[in-house]
Design a protein around this ligand. Structure first.
Ligand code: ADP
Length: 305
């Protein structure tokens, strides 16, 4: 990648974590110790996942994130580079690389402890230092595994240039200023409930319209094996996007792959329902393989729409 050629299709502003996974017969109670499998270390974090997903599809992608000056940080950067992501804007140091400590029991249920580490130190100043990239990218995508103030600064530096896409995950409050910039706001059903509170519409379409009323320019609700619904504030069109039928093996990171694909295609000029249809093919492919980043398809591996 030519370092002076900074007009990326997609700039992801977000987290990078090492996922440390141990399989256990059962999870320990308080004060208890159990033995598990050998440790498996996977590159993860919603920001890292989105960047890898887009790059594998062919998008010119960069990641703005912070990792520690440690072995996990180097592993995460290697995974990004291997997928073709530019790491020119990744900052290093200040705290250990973020990790997710994951135990998985035989039924597939997870218990997860997240240590945000360096992700918590991705600051508004880091966004300002990367202002050139933030303004030039066709699409900027963010999530909430980094400080909200950093997401706010991303919107301010972006200042209406191109598109901004937000997946507010982990679910939490989103400042009005950020909501107003979202085009679209991408949520799963849990995140939709958190933003709307109770009693906000019986159907996904009603919930999408209720989310639109919170201020974003457009909304996508992902519905797992049931596909997705889109709502466009400009046209008022609500569209149901069918899921692509596949045999799901592991749904980890499906939403991140969906969002990255959606963001990239919108930046290329697709209409919202068309981009969501493409993203559903990417999400479907991702659930047919184990893991998050390891499961993401290239364009050639996508199932037919
Ligand atoms: P999250 O991972 O954020 O909870 P979802 O589970 O809603 O997100 O999945 C995101 C997208 O991935 C869905 O909208 C759908 O297009 C696709 N997807 C997820 N699970 C399946 C599945 N079992 N079969 C087909 N597509 C799926």
């Amino acid at each position: 990648m030519d370092r002076n050629d900074d007009r990326y299709d997609l700039l992801v502003v977000g987290s990078a974590n090492a996922d440390l996974v141990v399989e256990v017969e059962r999870r320990p109670g308080p004060g208890e110790t159990v033995s598990g499998s050998d440790l498996a270390v996977h590159p993860g974090g919603k920001g890292g996942n989105q960047a890898v997903a887009a790059a594998r599809l062919g998008a010119r992608t960069a990641l703005l994130a912070r990792v520690g000056d440690d072995a996990h940080g180097r592993l995460l950067l290697d995974a990004q580079r291997a997928a073709g992501v530019s790491v020119e804007a990744v900052r290093t140091g200040g705290a250990p690389t973020g990790v997710a400590l994951i135990t998985v029991d035989p039924s597939g249920d997870n218990s997860i402890v997240v240590s945000p580490g360096a992700n918590a130190l991705l600051t508004p100043a880091d966004v300002r230092a990367a202002a050139r990239l933030v303004r030039a990218a066709a699409v900027v995508s963010a999530q909430l595994e980094i400080p909200v103030a950093t997401v706010v600064e991303t919107v301010r530096v972006r200042d209406g240039a191109g598109r901004f896409v937000l997946n507010p995950s982990p679910a939490g409050p989103v400042p009005t200023e950020v909501l107003a910039a979202c085009d679209p706001l991408v949520v799963n059903e849990h995140e939709a409930r958190v933003l709307l509170g109770h009693g906000a519409g019986d159907s996904p379409g009603e919930r999408a319209l209720a989310l639109l009323a919170l201020g974003p320019r457009s909304v996508v609700i992902t519905l797992g094996a049931a596909g997705a619904v889109t709502a466009d504030g400009r046209t008022g069109v609500v569209a149901r996007i069918a899921a692509v039928p596949v045999t799901a093996v592991d749904t980890t990171g499906a939403g991140d792959a969906f969002t990255a694909a959606l963001a990239w295609r919108l930046g290329r000029g697709d209409e919202l329902p068309t981009a969501a249809g493409y993203a559903a093919r990417v999400g479907a492919a991702a659930v047919t393989r184990k893991g998050a980043q390891e499961s993401y398809p290239t364009a050639a591996e996508l199932p037919p729409g």
